[in-house]
Design a binder for this molecule. Structure first.
Ligand SMILES: Nc1ncnc2c1ncn2[C@@H]1O[C@H](COP(=O)(O)OP(=O)(O)OP(=O)(O)O)[C@@H](O)[C@H]1O
Length: 240
């Protein structure tokens, strides 16, 4: 199923449909989605509530299984993939969600380190060094041993970014990463994401309602009622 990673596109979606429920309760929520995302691109997906953005993001992330059409992520076909194959696919991704999902009983550095524990051939000292360096990169070098409860919302989200990026994933998927943050903290976290992703050459697909961060995107795509209705370049697409 897996072919050597060669093409420039890391995410390639063709004629993707998605349904929730069965029988009479079956409801189609994605309709004929076509989208190609290239290596290193930052793509923002926006659109009204209920339009299908999170559903599409979770399909790309292998967090639910794609049913109909074609969904290739890093040359791996996820449509019809088995649970084991989805688990493998998830290892290539970093995830950042609105509610940062940090473990309250672990310190900042322990939370970040957890993302490295699934990697083969990495020594405890390397895990520690990389976690420390990544927390320094997000401006939390002085907060390594703080528990989430003792960090602000913006700081917690920066720990979540460090955790998502520490394993140098090819793809980062972010769902409303600034929703719980004030204007300045929101701006700071996306700028950190943008800078680190560009340094690592990683691709970002980010869902947001936050118009204040649209300018960090290389491209903005717009969903409405389960259809991808605009597939534009930069903020130009939003000003049509
Ligand atoms: N697990 C589920 N079971 C049934 N229907 C679902 C499920 N998850 C989402 N839906 C429905 O699918 C549609 C798309 O939802 P989705 O969460 O993808 O939209 P969204 O654009 O991300 O919305 P928001 O911006 O509010 O997060 C909605 O009609 C929603 O009610």
């Amino acid at each position: 199923m897996e072919t050597p990673y060669s093409s420039k596109s890391v995410i390639s979606i063709e004629n993707l449909d998605h349904y929730f429920g069965k029988g009479q309760l079956c409801k189609q929520v994605l309709f004929n989605i076509n989208l190609t995302i290239n290596a290193g691109e930052i793509v923002i997906m926006t659109g009204p509530s209920g339009s299908g953005k999170t559903t599409l993001l979770t399909l790309v992330g292998g967090l639910r299984s794609a049913q109909s059409g074609s969904l290739q992520v890093l040359n791996r076909q996820l449509c019809g993939a088995k649970n084991g194959q989805l688990t493998q696919a998830r290892r290539n991704n970093g995830y950042i969600f609105q509610a940062h999902n940090l473990h309250g009983s672990l310190t900042a550095i322990q939370n970040v380190r957890m993302a490295l524990e699934v990697l083969p051939k990495i020594s405890p000292s390397e895990m520690l060094e990389r976690s420390q360096a990544m927390l320094q990169a997000v401006g939390l070098g002085e907060r390594l041993n703080y528990y989430p409860d003792n960090l602000s919302g913006g700081q917690k989200q920066r720990v979540a970014i460090a955790r998502a990026l520490v394993s140098q994933p090819k793809i980062v998927l972010a769902d409303e990463p600034t929703a719980a943050l004030d204007k300045q903290s929101g701006r700071d976290v996306v700028e950190i994401m943008q800078k680190l992703a560009k340094e690592q050459g990683c691709t970002i697909l980010l869902v947001t309602h936050d118009n204040r961060i649209l300018d960090i995107a290389d491209r903005i795509v717009y969903m409405e009622d389960g259809h991808l209705i605009r597939n534009g370049v930069g903020t130009m697409a939003m000003n049509e």
